[in-house]
Write a protein that binds this ligand. Structure first.
Ligand SMILES: [Cu+2]
Length: 147
């Protein structure tokens, strides 16, 4: 008879000490054929008592993926690249049309409604997570998609 030790399982389970924000409501608006860019929108919920920050996003099939913020300056629409997007302690930060977004630049092939894209998010504490983000028609958001 041999004894099997399972103690190491507990170490594995408790090693996820970094708590990346919880991601909800992630989606990508379907773009018309030929569009040179798209965007990821989502909500980040920080359940810890320390601020967290999204510092990097990666997705396959695009030449470049950047963190952006849309702002209006004297009635002009601009997008500013962000080094990080902060999620306050016990708070949430929403990436939404007209504000923060993850910019997907130069797609190798067009994403269509029904597709999903694995987007890997890296946070300032070194933790990261990959979210499967669905592509949806943007008819409900018509006119708002000038990221
Ligand atoms: Cu942008």
């Amino acid at each position: 008879m041999k004894r099997v030790f399972v103690g190491s399982l507990f170490m594995v389970m408790s090693s996820g000490a970094f708590a990346a924000p919880v991601i909800t409501d992630a989606w990508i608006p379907e773009q018309p054929p030929g569009a040179m860019a798209s965007a990821v929108f989502l909500n980040m919920i920080n359940q810890t008592d320390k601020p967290e920050a999204l510092v990097k996003a990666e997705a396959p099939g695009f030449k470049l993926v950047q963190l952006h913020q849309s702002i209006e300056v004297n009635g002009m629409h601009k997008m500013i690249e962000q080094k990080e997007i902060v999620v306050p302690a016990h708070g949430e930060t929403r990436l939404a049309p007209g504000g923060y977004h993850i910019m997907l630049i130069q797609p190798e092939k067009r994403l269509q409604a029904g597709d999903s894209l694995p987007v890997t998010l890296t946070f300032a504490d070194g933790s990261h997570e990959t979210v499967s983000v669905p592509v949806k028609k943007r008819s409900a958001m018509s006119g708002m998609m000038k990221h």
